[in-house]
Unconditional design. Structure first.
Ligand SMILES: [Zn+2]
Length: 89
């Protein structure tokens, strides 16, 4: 993603990347509500792409960060599957 977009992302800036990430999350929500798998798949990829852009702009390796936090299971109880008490709301 950085090879494809980082130069452009730097030009447009972090505020722009956050705005697009928010927009794509809303588009993903609408796609989920419609229940169309192909659209959900495309919007999920867009959310991931913009999250990656934000991470790249703040010089975080998203893959490493995700693995570091969740690579050994739940980030709180360290279990797979998570055995933390369920919270709602
Ligand atoms: Zn847990």
């Amino acid at each position: 993603m950085a090879h494809t977009y980082l130069a452009r992302d730097r030009t447009r800036g972090l505020d722009w990347a956050f705005k697009r990430l928010n927009d794509e999350i809303m588009e993903l929500r609408m796609a989920v509500e419609k229940g169309k798998k192909r659209e959900i798949s495309a919007e999920s990829a867009d959310v991931f792409a913009w999250l990656t852009s934000v991470s790249n702009l703040v010089e975080i390796d998203l893959e490493s960060a995700s693995y570091e936090k969740y690579g050994n299971g739940c980030s709180k109880c360290q279990q797979i599957p998570c055995s933390c008490p369920m919270k709602r709301g």
